[in-house]
Structure formats: structure tokens, C-alpha cells
Design a protein around this ligand. Structure first.
Ligand code: SF4
Ligand code: FE
Length: 491
């Protein structure tokens, strides 16, 4: 079914086989009904609903390069630098409307990186991974799947290679090879939207050596495959979502939308041959990791910018509610927030515009600029958040609960002292403060801050790439030419 609605997507999750999910010490039987999980599902559902909204349909959909059908852009193989830019613009819109992580990008970034890598493996090894994977992408498009791009292993002792670990399960690996497929075991950590996915596209997490061949596995398994267990990640202030009253909604800050990360454990999961896209070709792990990371570092130049727009809007609104919007230092701080946010967007657009066609035919972003984009993302959202907290004043963390505003015993006195400028409803002021808390300290801060730091690779990973791609020798030549100094290296 091409182009599901949000409702159809939620229905499709219910139609999966039973999933084993642990959350807050309980086994969750109906994930779509659980208030914490439901908020994260709402964010993904938005990626479906907007595809049907006349205002957003152009940005949310694309023409499949494989079938010519109109598909959701999240299933698209990018076929031009324009398409790469459209992707970033779509992510900005979704960040603006959800104010959180909408989870579906990892799969989009994974299918593009696996598509280009399988082509290159086949060329070297005369394998048929690329045709298999192309067939898989066709299925993803036709079923409008959410795919969990499953890359990050728990890694155990970071000083050791995968094959040197005391417990080999800290990296996903092949435990059995059969005629009809392989069996995999291990885990993937920090899996964005894992419980909200139809499929997991498992990829190696780093470049592998010959001794790590069993860990050089790329394959797809359905979310309800036998042997998979989900350990749902706790997020800051997540218990607030358990209060489903009106006051509970207020205290949530962003009552409708949330993100999701899980530890996903694969306990001897069978993968049939047609879902294997790399199996021991360890010399291609680096290419896969590098291209996936680049796509996802580009993604952050869209999604975080959209959420950043919400922070800017919250800053301007709370300044008005507090009666300080005309103060020059407030205006200057908001200008700085916009400047930082648009700098991130510029990076997302730039690495897309400077992208190139891969031998497989899809387009890849400029690797250096994508890494610069993400390196800035590890910093600027923290400064944008700091400025918002500065403008908001301390009440966003000291405000009494909205319960006190609905309790007849306390309402009058709390309202009297929480009042802002005349004409602004006190409850609206409290809602805005709670949204600010949510964005900079609460559930959305996971996606906006910590994910900005560590998602798509921690800061040092980008610095290594920036260093590698910076071509210092060429730059030295430029300086030496102008200074008219000897071109030879010092003896
Ligand atoms: Fe998408 Fe951003 Fe969430 Fe990654 S962090 S899945 S790019 S919304
Ligand atoms: Fe992420």
C-alpha cells in the first residue's frame, strides 16, 4: 500500500506479530496504547499524515526511481542534489511541527547507504547483493515501511576489536551459516524508533578487519522476528506522560509528540538469504558506515533546525508574555538564536547541494560538509537552549504543577502569582514555560540536545573525518605559493 495515512500506519503496527518489549519494569502487550510509546508513535504518524496534506505533499513525497510511483520521501533513493536538499527541507518541517525526533530518517539514510555500498561490493566480489537490496527497497516503498537503521553496537571494551571482546555478543555477528541464510546474535543500542518500525536494517558499526568477518553483516529482519527483544529507553521526565489528564498534558510541555530509543537484542535471529546484503566482505564496512554517517549528519541540518525554530518561537513568545520583548538584550539574544539555527540549516543545504552521483546511481552528500554540519550540531543547539533558558527566566523549572492551577483550593493564589503581562492567560504562560522545559531539559531535550551530541556519531567521529578530508597539503601549497617559499617539505 503506497502512501499510508497516520491512522493506517498505526493500524499496520498493530498488525505485526507480538513484540517483546520491556518498559519501566513491565512487559508491554499493546505498545500502541501505552501513553509513553504512543507519543513517539504520533511523531512517526506525522510523516504519513503530512504526505496527504496538500500544503506538504510535494515536500513529503517523491517519484520512485525504481517504479515511477509516488512514494513517501522517507523511502526514496535520492536521485539529484535537489532531492538531497528536499530531504533536509522535509526534516525541517517535521521538526517544526513535532518539536521532537520523528525517528523515520535513520531508515531513509540506511537504504541510501546500503544501496550504494551493495553496488560496490558486487563489482568487487561478483555477488548479487545489489539486486536483492533493490528488490527490498521496492518492498519498502510499496509497503511504506518505517525502517530502523540499525547500526550502533554496544561495543563493550572500546579498546578492543569486535573479535577480541570477552563477550562476542557486544557486536552483532553471525553465529551460524546455513544454506538458506544466517543466524545473528548481539544487540544494537540507542535504536531510534525501533518499536515503531516495520523492519530493522542491520549494518556493521565500524570498519572491520579480516579477523572480524563474522561481524561484517548487513541484513534486514522484520520488527516482529522471533528472537528480538526491545528494552525501551527511559527519557528525562517520561513519567509525566503517564498523567493523561488535562493538567498532565500541560506539565508535559509537548503532550502529543515524543521520541524513542531502545536497546534491541537479537538472540539467534534467522535471516534468509534474500535479506542478506553483506556477509563477510569486511573491506566494505568502512564505506557503509561512512556514507550512512554522512547522510545522517546531513539529516541533523534539517531536523534539529526545525526544532530550533520552535525554540526561537518559544523565546519570542515567553518574552512577550513576560513583557520584555522590547528589551534590546532580549532582541539580540533571539537574533543570535536565529543566526545559529540558520547556520546549521546552511550546512544541511550546502552538503546536499555539493553532493554527487554514486556509481550505484543514487546521490551522496559532500562528506566534508556533512561532517562540518554535524560538528556544528554538537554545539549550537546547546547555545540556542542556553539563550532560551536565559530569556525564559527560572520559572520554567520552579513552576508549580498545572494540578495546582486546576485545584479550586490553590488555583486563585497560584494564578495571582504566576501572572505575566495583562491580557495573557496565566495557563498559556505556564504551557509555554513547560514547553521550554520539555525542549531544553525534558523529553524533547533527548532529541534536541543529547542526540545532537551523540546521534550520527559523537563529536570526535566528525573531527576525524574533517581532518581526513581537509586536504592540508593542497592548502599548504596555496600559502607557500603566495608567500613565494620553497615548495619542498622541510628536511
Ligand atoms: Fe530524524 Fe533527526 Fe530523529 Fe535522526 S534525530 S531520526 S534525523 S528526527
Ligand atoms: Fe538521530
Amino acid at each position: 500500500m503506497v502512501l499510508m495515512t497516520g491512522e493506517e500506519y498505526i493500524e499496520s503496527l498493530k498488525n505485526r506479530g507480538p513484540l517483546t518489549i520491556y518498559l519501566l519494569g513491565e512487559k508491554i502487550e499493546n505498545p500502541t496504547e501505552h501513553p509513553i510509546i504512543r507519543a513517539s508513535i504520533n511523531s512517526v504518524a506525522l510523516t504519513y499524515d503530512l504526505a496527504h496534506d496538500s500544503v506538504y505533499t510535494d515536500i513529503m513525497t517523491a517519484k520512485s526511481v525504481l517504479t515511477g510511483n509516488k512514494i513517501n520521501r522517507f523511502c526514496h533513493l535520492h536521485n539529484s542534489t535537489d532531492a538531497l536538499q528536499e530531504k533536509v527541507k522535509m526534516q525541517r518541517v517535521l521538526g517544526q511541527l513535532s518539536g521532537t525526533c520523528f525517528q523515520r530518517c535513520v531508515g531513509m539514510d540506511a537504504i541510501n547507504s546500503v544501496f550504494l555500498t551493495t553496488y560496490e561490493i558486487d563489482k568487487e566480489h561478483q555477488t548479487d547483493y545489489h539486486q536483492r537490496f533493490t528488490d527490498y527497497v521496492k518492498l519498502a516503498e510499496a509497503n511504506d515501511w518505517v525502517i530502523d537503521g540499525c547500526m550502533t553496537d554496544p561495543k563493550g571494551d572500546r579498546s578492543k576489536r569486535p573479535s577480541e571482546q570477552k563477550d562476542s555478543d557486544v557486536y552483532v555477528h553471525v553465529t551460524e551459516r546455513r544454506d538458506d541464510g544466517v543466524v545473528i546474535r548481539g544487540a544494537k543500542a540507542h535504536q531510534t524508533g525501533a518499536v515503531n518500525s516495520h523492519e530493522h536494517l542491520v549494518m556493521p558499526t565500524l570498519a572491520m578487519r579480516n579477523e572480524d568477518k563474522d561481524y561484517a553483516i548487513c541484513c534486514a529482519v522484520p520488527a516482529d522476528a522471533k528472537g528480538i527483544t526491545y528494552y525501551y529507553g527511559r527519557q528525562s521526565c517520561d513519567l509525566r506522560r503517564l498523567d493523561e489528564t488535562e493538567a498532565g498534558d500541560v506539565d508535559c510541555g509537548n503532550p502529543v509528540y515524543g521520541g524513542q530509543e531502545c536497546l534491541v537484542v537479537f538472540d539467534d535471529v534467522f535471516v534468509p538469504n534474500e535479506r542478506i546484503f553483506m556477509n563477510g566482505e569486511n573491506e566494505f564496512c568502512g564505506r557503509l558506515v561512512e556514507s550512512f554517517a554522512a547522510y545522517h549528519r546531513q539529516s541533523y541540518g534539517g531536523c534539529k533546525v526545525g526544532v530550533g525554530d520552535v525554540l526561537v518561537g518559544a523565546a519570542a513568545t515567553i518574552a512577550e508574555y513576560n513583557g520584555v520583548e522590547k528589551a534590546s538584550h532580549i532582541r539580540d539574544k533571539i537574533t543570535e538564536m536565529v543566526h545559529l539555527n540558520e547556520t546549521l540549516y546552511s550546512c544541511g543545504i550546502a552538503c546536499s547541494a555539493a553532493g554527487h552521483k554514486t556509481p550505484a546511481g543514487n546521490y551522496l552528500v559532500d562528506l566534508l560538509l556533512a561532517n562540518v554540519c554535524k560538528q556544528n550540531v554538537t554545539r549550537f543547539p546547546y547555545e540556542i537552549s542556553r539563550l532560551l533558558q536565559d530569556i525564559a527566566g527560572g520559572l520554567f523549572v520552579t513552576c508549580p504543577s498545572a494540578q495546582e492551577l486546576s485545584n479550586p483550593e490553590t488555583r486563585e493564589i497560584v494564578e495571582k502569582y504566576l501572572v505575566g503581562v495583562e491580557g495573557v492567560d496565566t495557563m498559556d504562560r505556564v504551557k509555554m514555560l513547560r514547553l521550554i522545559e520539555n525542549l531544553t531539559l525534558g523529553r524533547a531535550a533527548v532529541g534536541y540536545l543529547v542526540e545532537s551530541m551523540h546521534g550520527a556519531g559523537s563529536p570526535q567521529a566528525q573531527r576525524i573525518m574533517i581532518n581526513r578530508l581537509s586536504d592540508l597539503e593542497e592548502k599548504k601549497k596555496l600559502a607557500k605559493t603566495l608567500a613565494r617559499v620553497d615548495m619542498d617539505e622541510p628536511k
